[in-house]
Design a protein around this ligand. Structure first.
Ligand code: HPA
Length: 248
């Protein structure tokens, strides 16, 4: 089974033939919503809307631990996370799709680990390459098959939100090596690794980051949803091809 986490602009998957929905309770509380089960091209899919079905949960209030735990309980072969980002690198204009290969964490105050219990043996994870390489390759192959252009790597900066960044913050993120900025990549990516999931992200550039491109004095928030809606057509096509590429 393939698991898909939908972000802003992807609260449902129109290509999914839904069979049922299921509420899953976890030791960490409830996920963002019921899991939606169904098929794409005859393959089993489970879908979870990260911000809730009605897009009501802000990035810092998402129960990332419950979300990943619930998906892990189904033993998916891959978890594909869809996330919207602001483009910092000049190549990352609104509408572009990126499969990041690195991440930097600027978030705070979120429940970020399954390994924090005081009476548990101390556990660490290797996080040198934060995304699953096999899941990234699957996404890149699917994009090629679908003839959808994707940028094959980049550094994702995970910020706290829900506000967007200042221009100076974006300059700092760029100096740190970031190519794109989003609010949900962490702790989601690290929790996926703690659970041993094959997890990768397809990022959709919704806007130039603060101070970049045409957004010198402000980010036109009203335009973001139109950009996302258009770009999600490409994401859905890629997801359909992921299903064809992957063997389960
Ligand atoms: N900053 C942070 N997160 C985002 C942005 C942004 O500019 N655009 C979409 N998600």
């Amino acid at each position: 089974m393939l698991a898909i986490i939908g972000g802003s602009g992807l609260t449902q998957l129109s290509c999914l033939e839904i069979s049922h929905r299921q509420i899953i309770r976890t030791p960490y509380g409830e996920p963002s919503g019921p899991l939606t089960f169904g098929k794409i091209r005859d393959r089993d899919i489970v879908f979870l809307a990260r911000h809730g079905h009605g897009h009501t949960i802000p990035p810092h209030a998402i129960n990332y631990r419950a979300n990943l735990w619930a998906l892990h309980s189904l033993q998916p072969s891959h978890v594909i996370a869809v996330a919207s980002v602001g483009g910092i690198h000049a190549d990352l204009a609104p509408g572009r799709l990126v499969v990041p290969d690195q991440i930097i964490d600027y978030t705070y105050g979120r429940e970020f680990t399954y390994f924090g219990d005081k009476d548990q043996r101390v556990r660490h994870i290797d996080f040198t390459l934060p995304y699953s390489q096999i899941t990234r390759v699957l996404l890149l192959q699917a994009a090629e098959l679908a003839q959808e252009a994707v940028v094959k790597g980049g550094v994702y900066a995970a910020t706290q939100g829900p506000r967007l960044e200042t221009a100076a913050e974006i300059n700092r993120l760029e100096r740190d090596g970031a190519d794109m900025v989003g609010m949900t990549g962490m702790p989601e990516t690290a929790l996926a690794r703690e659970l041993g999931l094959n997890y990768a992200t397809i990022a959709v550039v919704a806007n130039h980051a603060a101070g970049r491109g045409t957004n010198v004095t402000a980010i036109p928030l009203k335009e973001i949803y139109a950009v996302l809606e258009k770009a999600m057509v490409g994401v859905r096509t890629i997801l359909e091809h992921v299903v064809s590429c992957h063997g389960d």
